[in-house]
Design a protein around this ligand. Structure first.
Ligand code: SF4
Length: 449
């Protein structure tokens, strides 16, 4: 792969990665908040997985009570800045806003939330929440992504001694490393980590549970354990040539981009992304913004089957990404590095009982697309090896099984939330899980007394 670093100037990189949705000014925030109807039993609140009282926080903006507004948001969601910037609002709160039905533009809930939380951090995170007196119990939280942070914040305020074990040197999980920088920057996630630390949570980074410290040790030392471990390795393509230099996993690529040292990120001139989910779109648009000349998404099914949201699809098309639907990779070709990808055309078969069509390769339609970089974005595997070391855990369909009432696993002392229980959803779902698991842990430990 020819590395095309240094092709862009620093100014060009900054321009390419500038925020898709810039912050609102004071005047625009007040004006936008005044458009809200402050609906009773509002549909936007129901559509938010963390059930933020949206009409209340918007009403408080309109009366210039920004700290009160921040409190309303944070009491439901401890990673509210990341969510404000990265949530798919068009299919959640804003999609549910009643103004859509009236043919009006929905309230810009995400940008208003961002306005409030930016203001909160800009004012040095004043204490808005009181903490219960410390109790004698301690909880280990594995993983500092949104689920782990939410669980920790809630437990710390309930009086528990909480320690987060994070294998990366820099905390925040996918909030720090997995969100496209034109949506949210690494610093946003780190502010949220600082907020959780301000509640007394001890964040130990660079410590992998199962490698640097055994799960057994934590299990014996702590009164309860929360698993916010996310998912594991990316799925393999399982085609010849996958091991060639120039083939990379989407999350590794996105992580490199998130360092914001853009000139050092290797990117090809012609890049193929395999898969058509939201991560694929992120990788594709990031490759383009790094200066790749031609970026294409290769997907074995049709556009109707892709899991990427419509607004992500639209963004990719706007960025000039080329889509090859009903196209499946056969092998990566090249001698010492990627030189192309051999694909075969697919055709839809008969729909199954759920209406999903099977797809079949069309013999004799093989063709080679010349590319010098292949990014794999076909999902991640669960951390089976680690999970199988935990006694009593039930694991099915790639997900840790929990009691949905309290997020307790098959082992009464172990709770779980986020991607490891749902197979990979939004940050906001993980934030909700972590919070609910904290309540589950609290109830469990109180009942032991
Ligand atoms: Fe405001 Fe729309 Fe929510 Fe109603 S549904 S409270 S108008 S944001």
């Amino acid at each position: 792969m020819e590395n095309i670093v240094s092709k862009l100037t620093l100014e060009e990189y900054e321009k390419n990665f500038q925020e898709l949705h810039p912050p609102l000014s004071y005047g625009s925030a007040i004006a936008e908040s005044s458009r809200c109807l402050y609906c009773y039993d509002s549909p936007c609140m129901k559509a938010c997985p963390t059930h933020i009282d949206i009409s209340e926080f918007i009403k408080k903006i309109s009366t210039d009570n920004l700290m009160g507004s921040a409190k309303t948001i944070l009491k439901s969601n401890w990673v509210a800045l990341t969510c404000a910037k990265a949530c798919p609002v068009a299919v959640l709160c804003e999609g549910a806003c009643v103004l859509n039905e009236k043919g009006d533009k929905p309230i810009e809930i995400g940008r208003l939330q961002r306005y409030v939380i930016d203001n909160y951090f800009d004012h040095g995170m004043p204490a808005l929440f009181s903490k219960k007196s410390p109790n004698a119990k301690n909880v280990a939280v594995i993983g500092s992504g949104p689920a782990g942070l939410s669980c920790s914040a809630e437990l710390a305020l309930l009086g528990y001694k909480v320690t987060i074990f994070e294998q990366s040197e820099i905390p925040g999980g996918l909030n720090t490393w997995g969100i496209a920088p034109y949506k949210a920057r690494k610093q946003d996630a780190l502010k949220e980590v600082e907020l959780i630390k301000s509640f007394g949570v001890n964040v130990k980074t660079g410590i992998g549970v199962g490698t640097d410290i055994s799960f057994d040790e934590l299990y014996k030392k702590y009164d309860a354990v929360f698993l916010g471990i996310g998912l594991g390795e990316s799925h393999a393509l399982s085609v010849n040539g996958e091991e060639l230099p120039g083939v990379i996993n989407a999350l590794d690529f996105i992580e490199q981009v998130k360092t914001e040292d853009w000139s050092s990120v290797a990117v090809g001139k012609r890049v193929a992304i395999i898969g058509a989910g939201n991560t694929s779109i992120d990788a594709a648009t990031e490759a383009k913004r790094l200066g790749a000349e031609e970026v294409m998404i290769i997907y074995r099914r049709s556009s109707q089957d892709m899991s990427a949201y419509k607004f992500e699809f639209d963004l990719a098309k706007k960025d000039g990404i080329i889509f090859h639907f009903l196209t499946s990779p056969n092998k990566v070709v090249g001698k010492n590095f990627v030189e192309g990808i051999e694909c075969i055309r697919m055709e839809p078969g008969k729909p199954d009982s759920k209406g999903k069509r099977s797809i079949m390769p069309v013999p004799g339609t093989e063709f080679i697309i010349p590319v010098d970089m292949v990014i794999k974005a076909i999902g991640q595997e669960a951390q089976n090896d680690f999970i199988s070391t935990i006694p009593g855990i039930k694991f099915a369909g790639g997900k840790v099984q929990i009691n949905s009432d309290n997020f307790q696993t098959g082992n009464p002392k172990v709770f779980a939330g986020g991607d490891c229980i749902n197979g990979g959803k939004e940050v906001v779902n993980a934030a909700y899980d972590g919070k609910m698991a904290a309540f589950g842990i609290d109830k469990f430990l109180k009942n032991l007394n």
